[in-house]
Design a binder for this molecule. Structure first.
Ligand code: MN
Length: 130
């Protein structure tokens, strides 16, 4: 694990990306941001994050497809992926988990829930709703 841990946020909404980045940096994490799967691949070419926060609704390749790609690649398969989505019905969470996401955070997230989930993952506890 990087010290401090490095979190990659894949989020196409610039406001949401900035909010999440500021929050996590305030908590002492290193943060890398990407607005699409393509941008995230560029980050992953040079860095190995400890955790990926994955927006599901992305332009181009969506977050589910990109997660499947990461989980099929030996270089990135072990990086935990937490899905971020406004689609909170159980079918969407099942789809995220089937794609390989280990966690699921519903939007709009509260800073408290966001922080709790991320600390739990980095501590190896897993998502509260697993
Ligand atoms: Mn989006």
């Amino acid at each position: 694990m990087s010290n401090p841990p490095l979190i990659l946020i894949v989020e196409d909404n610039a406001g949401s990306l900035m909010l999440a980045t500021v929050m996590l940096e305030t908590e002492g994490f290193q943060v890398a941001g990407a607005g699409s799967a393509e941008e995230a691949r560029d980050v992953l070419a040079t860095k190995t994050p400890d955790l990926i926060l994955m927006d599901i609704q992305l332009p181009g390749m969506d977050g589910l497809e990109f997660t499947r790609e990461l989980k099929a690649d030996a270089d990135t398969a072990a990086i935990p992926v937490i899905a971020l989505t406004a689609q909170v019905m159980p079918i969407y969470e099942r789809a995220a988990r089937a794609a390989g996401c280990e966690g699921f955070i519903a939007k709009p997230w509260t800073p408290e829930a966001f922080s709790r989930e991320i600390h739990a993952f980095l501590a190896g506890i897993g998502a509260e709703n697993e």
